[in-house]
Ligand binder design. Sequence first.
Ligand SMILES: CC(=O)SCCNC(=O)CCNC(=O)[C@H](O)C(C)(C)COP(=O)(O)OP(=O)(O)OC[C@H]1O[C@@H](n2cnc3c(N)ncnc32)[C@H](O)[C@@H]1OP(=O)(O)O
Ligand SMILES: CC(C)C(=O)C(=O)O
Ligand SMILES: [Mg+2]
Length: 515
Amino acid sequence: MSHINIFDTTLRDGEQSPGVNLNQLEKLEIAKQLERLGVDIMEAGFPASSQGDFEAVKAIAETVRNASITGLARTTKTDIDIAWEALKEAEEPRLHLFLATSPIHMNYKLKKTPLEVMETAVEMVSYARKKFPQVQWSAEDATRSDLPFLAEIVERVINAGATIINLPDTVGYSTPEDYGHMFRFIKENVPNIDNVILSGHCHDDLGLAVANSLAAIENGAAQIEGTINGIGERAGNAALEEIGVALTIRKDKYPYTTNLVLKEIKRTSDLVSKFTGMRVPPNKAIIGKNAFAHESGIHQDGVLKHASTYEIITPELVGIQSNDLVLGKHSGRHAFKDKTKQMGFELSPEKLAQAFHLFKQLTDTKKQVTDEDIFSILTDIQTDAETVKKYQLVAFQVHYASSTNLPTASVALTTPDGDRVETARTGQGSVEALYNTLEALVEEEIHITNYQLNSIGQGRDALAEAQVKLTVNGTPVSGRSSAQDVLEASAKAFLNAVNRIFLTQKKTQKEKAFL
Ligand SMILES: CC(=O)SCCNC(=O)CCNC(=O)[C@H](O)C(C)(C)COP(=O)(O)OP(=O)(O)OC[C@H]1O[C@@H](n2cnc3c(N)ncnc32)[C@H](O)[C@@H]1OP(=O)(O)O
Ligand SMILES: CC(C)C(=O)C(=O)O
Ligand SMILES: [Mg+2]
């Protein structure tokens, strides 16, 4: 059976989703989880695009040992040099160099002739190979490129030293038949094509990304690129969990192996969803809440008689536990520590103590503490930047007197300089009153762009998770927090977002020296 390399780009193309803004701690947590999931290559970011991306890629390259780490670069020596500085400590550093080959992109965006594009690609691949043992070259917008031109440029970049050739459907325009045909054409018309690995990279603008990826595999691609939960630019990228499970469940049709550990899918999906704030729709294949739920009588009857009547995938295959009831009021530190390990967290002793304290507080007020609740506590704590100066919530109160009076919130905070400040404001609703008060207390200029409230699990005592997107002095940031009380979760999510600006500000100063 042939092997398919799985190339994950959640941290690069996935982070290009509008409104998504991951900090370094969150990126590292996702990277460690992708390693557990068994991806072969991880695209950790675009190092030359910002100091923040450079640092995150570097940290991931220095941490992850069981996957090849790559970073994106334009065809410029500066981008390649910066990428090398970020990636050189990786176990297997790899450069991902791209340049568009379609007439539309060459004419209107790059303003280069096909010959200039060809020469630039060859020169930069050859430059990159002096540093990197592996160079992947991507023909951006390959699916709208002239095929004979594509074949010629691919042949030349292979001669220049490219070791992987990626043919992306950048704008999600292709159909499975077109995409398969392009791979066959390149296989048949590029004489040195067997010296490299061919890769597929699909976007979901027409809802065909996974189907196109499978067509690429059937026509010679030995590497497939995608993201967890299918997040990414516009309608997103091919969802890797769907490709991994399709290759497993339909082995009869696709006789290929991957290194994916399918039971890590659920946890990976949960982490990505939580950190990006992009919730998974209930009907999403493989990891949606309804993916294994049977609602109608005839289906339920069938499943009770024999699960395979309506179930082609078992929840256990992708790591969904049927019974997620776990620790309770009387559990101690050892059991809790053991649980955190089982859930894939490696917490410092201080963070573990903090998590245990929150868990115990929750068992006092919530009837059943589930894995979902513990996961939420642990992810919040794991990615809380402890060293940064921050605003902290001391106390708050919201008065909702009657439907004729506006709610009033009073809040007390400690500021990054350690001062205590407090004030009160009204609003049309309780959350607005609270946010008006917080805005009045923080020094920074705040503009809220999005606010979402969800419950974690079920029941009237379920944890609330608030996610907020705002601009702080014009810089977009997002924050989240969970608590049993919706207002507490909302206030903490607001401060979580504002506090991120201190990380960003540190970077901005460095960035001046960097660019
Ligand atoms: C298909 C994809 O997903 S490609 C990856 C897209 N990802 C991103 O763009 C996210 C990160 N990007 C950024 O932070 C910024 O765009 C930066 C830092 C990379 C560049 O910022 P700026 O220098 O301000 O340029 P800006 O983004 O406005 O324009 C892009 C420039 O790169 C050029 N360019 C685009 N692709 C390439 C390429 N592969 N190689 C060389 N140059 C390229 C464009 O033609 C344009 O050049 P011009 O200024 O001469 O017209
Ligand atoms: C950078 C390239 C590979 C890309 O993301 C695309 O073309 O979609
Ligand atoms: Mg892409």
